[in-house]
Write a protein that binds this ligand. Structure first.
Ligand code: F6P
Length: 743
């Protein structure tokens, strides 16, 4: 109602204004019209009275003339008439002729056009016409008409005009208000339906109502807008959440109704190893395990992985399940058994001699064999079957990990079309030219595009992937939304920088820093105040361990004062030892360390202590807490979680991180000393800066890095992917419903 008044009042005012402006124009127009009318009437009267008047004048009957004039002026509008024989004579006039009309003035009234005479009784119209005769060649007849009726009519016209416009305003307002009300109601009910999730696409009682296909594009745009707003809100929420195991669990319950999560990776988080007559449980050196283990502890569910330990079969139940962590079981490992041939072809061969060097720029040539490919396909299929058998619903959430399972997403999708498959690629993705080397590139891409979401650590790797897809397969790439549509299936390609558990598990940081410093120095036979650097890696050629040692050698050349007062302990976990390239690399690393030690050992403790052996996470943390610096010199690394773990271990805000620019972590931790591992002089300079860095600067840098790792911890990494998956599931449910109702 208010809305209607708001519209009607201005309309009335506008129309009243128009009426007010139009009235004088109408006045002028009607006046001209009436005057013309009076002129014509005067001419008619003159023509009519001409003959009788001439007769009376010729007969000299002036009294009769006056009587005649009085008689003809009885018409209500004909006011008066008079005759002047000469300009200087006296006017023979009817009674009513105004006194101000004299014969001498008639000439001035006889020009063209109308003449108005204002009198007390109102305006009069005066017409003067020649009335010539032989006796009076300059005779003039003057006729006067009453014009007051014109004023009366003008007033009436104005009144009618006013009523007309007001009536018009009322009619227009009424029609407009009715139309507006009807449209508004329709629009509002449409909007309400849309907001209820029904949408204009959906036609309740489709049989009864005609389809409003013209609304569909609008509805789609609105739906998109609502989705964007929704995801905006969620993105804001993501920043407001304090990411912890509890918040992750809460999201899983609220957004995904507590559905079980299935993780698939090659490496298992706990490995049972036989040591004589006892079984030891080992946690492998793996960034993937470091990140996902706390997630699974928080979310429960099932982790499907290759059972690679010597006592793994002994630890499982009849369904190949084992509950972990051993002390406080929170989730299940489902072990998949591989034959030696499968392991050789799928793991050592295609995964680690083919895909690994293909994706890392470490100048090691990939080797691709068709026999390895066949095993890779077979093992991926084996894991797909395990996923199906572990799935309690038709639409599980499956987190597929890494390059060992490029084909798995498509294989799962074939068996469980409604599954939400999140694939995370833990290593870099190369540019299209490099990827083109892979003889089965199309199959690898098609397999990965079975995923609902495909995650990489950096945007650069996302871009490389999308470029590769665009180059090699028939897929529709949308760079705006960063999605790939392939075989009727949409895959979102997203950046999710991986991280670590924060705060670190209490047992990791429970030993005081001073004790860690003392114990580690004692263990390695180093004096108490000896400067200590650490490197913790798998013994992999991508980690740049050779380059690291060369930088240490260069430091000692440039700054001999560090010889005998600085030692670098390199913990190198044996890895992929069945591969020739790794055996060769290990030999090279050992040789280089020995040569450098030999060169500088004469003045006290050795510059390098190389420990090629497995260390449990607690031991690794002890090294981190004991060190003055940590050196991460990867030649190419998806993220590198060692860098983040070092930061997490240093609750004393001390220690310096030297970090390769070729790691994903370098983008998140710019407060580290960022180096090019191929530049030995630059790395040596960074080592010197680290060893001499004042405590305050160490603290400032460390605090900033700790702040970042705390904020972007692994719960947030997983939480973002799960939130994204949850919104995808909601959207696809909505799509299905709309599809059903449109059919
Ligand atoms: O982080 C990359 C990665 O290859 C993981 O996939 C893997 O678990 C880890 O490094 C260690 O490698 P592997 O499992 O071959 O010992």
């Amino acid at each position: 109602m208010k809305l209607s008044l708001r519209f009607v009042l201005p309309l009335i005012l506008v129309l009243a204004g128009i009426a007010y402006a139009v009235a004088p124009l109408v006045d002028q127009f009607t006046l001209r019209w009436f005057v013309k009318d009076l002129d014509m009437r005067s001419t008619l009267i003159v023509n009519t009275i001409q003959e009788p008047l001439q007769e009376l004048l010729q007969a000299g009957k002036k009294t009769r003339v006056v009587e005649y004039f009085n008689r003809i002026t009885q018409d209500e509008r004909f006011y008066g008439v008079g005759y002047c024989a000469t300009p200087s004579g006296t006017v023979l006039a009817s009674r009513s002729l105004p006194k101000q009309l004299h014969c001498r003035d008639l000439e001035s009234w006889s020009g063209p056009g109308e003449h108005l005479l204002q009198t007390e009784k109102g305006p009069l119209h005066v017409t003067v016409r020649p009335q010539e005769s032989e006796a009076a060649p300059a005779g003039r007849l003057v006729l006067v008409h009453d014009m007051s009726f014109i004023t009366r009519r003008s007033e009436e016209t104005k009144r009618y005009l006013f009523y007309f416009f007001m009536g018009l305003a009322a009619v227009v307002s009424l029609i407009t208000v009715v139309i507006a009300q009807l449209s508004w109601r329709g629009w509002m009910s449409g909007m309400r339906a849309l907001l209820r999730g029904e949408g204009l696409l959906r036609q309740p009682g489709a049989d009864a109502q005609p389809k409003q296909s013209e609304f569909k594009p609008i509805a789609r745009d609105l739906q998109r807008l609502i989705n964007e707003l929704e995801s905006d809100v969620r993105a804001r929420d993501e920043n407001q959440v304090t990411w912890s195991p509890e918040s992750l669990r809460a999201i899983l319950h609220a957004e995904l109704r507590g559905e079980d999560v299935i993780v698939v990776s090659n490496r298992e988080p706990y490995i049972h190893q036989r040591r004589g007559d006892r079984i030891e449980v080992q946690q492998p050196a793996s960034g993937l395990v470091t990140a996902l283990e706390p997630i699974m502890r928080a979310c429960s569910g099932t982790w499907i992985a290759h059972g690679s330990g010597t006592a793994d079969r002994e630890a499982v139940d009849a369904n190949d399940h084992v509950a972990v962590p051993p002390d406080h079981p929170a989730y299940q490992i489902r072990r998949v058994w591989l034959t030696p041939e499968e392991e050789a072809g799928y793991y050592y061969g295609f995964s680690n001699e083919g895909m690994w060097p293909l994706c890392h720029i470490a100048h090691v040539r990939p080797t691709f064999r068709s026999s390895d490919w066949a095993q890779y396909v077979a093992v991926n299929r084996k894991f797909a079957e395990a996923v199906v058998s572990e799935s309690k619903t038709k639409n599980p959430i499956v987190l597929v990990q890494d390059y060992h399972f490029a084909l798995l997403p498509k294989m799962i999708r074939e068996k469980l079309p409604d599954a939400t498959i999140i694939t995370f690629w833990h290593i870099p993705w190369p540019n299209p030219e490099s990827f083109a080397i892979c003889p089965w590139r199309d199959e690898v891409l098609a397999g990965m595009l079975g995923s609902s979401i495909l995650g990489f650590h950096t945007q650069f790797h996302c871009n490389n992937f999308v470029d590769t897809v665009d180059r090699f397969i028939e897929a529709r790439v949308d760079r705006e939304s960063f999605t790939v549509s392939f075989g009727g299936k949409l895959t979102a390609v997203r950046r999710y920088p991986i991280s670590i558990e924060w705060p670190p598990a209490p047992e990791m940081v429970s030993k005081p820093i001073a004790d860690c410093r003392n114990d580690i120095r004692q263990l390695n036979e180093l004096p108490p105040e000896h400067k200590l650097g650490v490197g913790i890696d798998r013994l992999d050629y991508t980690k740049g361990i050779m380059e690291r040692f060369r930088a240490i050698e260069r430091l000692l050349e440039l700054h001999p004062e560090w010889v005998g007062s600085f030692t670098f302990v390199q913990v190198a976990a044996p890895t992929r030892t069945g591969i020739g390239e790794y055996q060769h690399h290990e030999a090279q690393v050992r040789e280089l360390a020995a040569r450098i030690n030999e060169r500088f050992e004469r003045r006290g403790p050795p510059p390098i202590v190389l420990k090629v052996e497995h260390h449990e996470p607690r031991e690794v943390y002890e090294y981190f807490r004991a060190a003055d610096l940590c050196f991460v010199s990867s030649l190419h690394d998806g993220m590198n979680l060692v860098a983040k773990e070092f930061v997490a271990a240093r609750d004393d805000d001390r220690g310096v991180l030297i970090l390769s620019q070729f790691t994903g972590a370098a983008r998140e931790l710019p407060e580290a000393l960022i180096v090019n591992p191929y530049d030995a002089d630059q790395c040596a300079a960074a080592l010197h800066v680290a060893l001499t860095m004042p405590a305050e600067e160490q603290r400032d840098r460390m605090r900033l890095m700790r702040g970042l790792v705390a904020e972007f911890n692994v719960f947030r990494w997983a939480g973002r992917m799960l939130l994204h998956a949850a919104s995808m599931r909601r959207r696809s449910k909505l799509g299905e419903r709309n599809g059903r109702e449109e059919r």
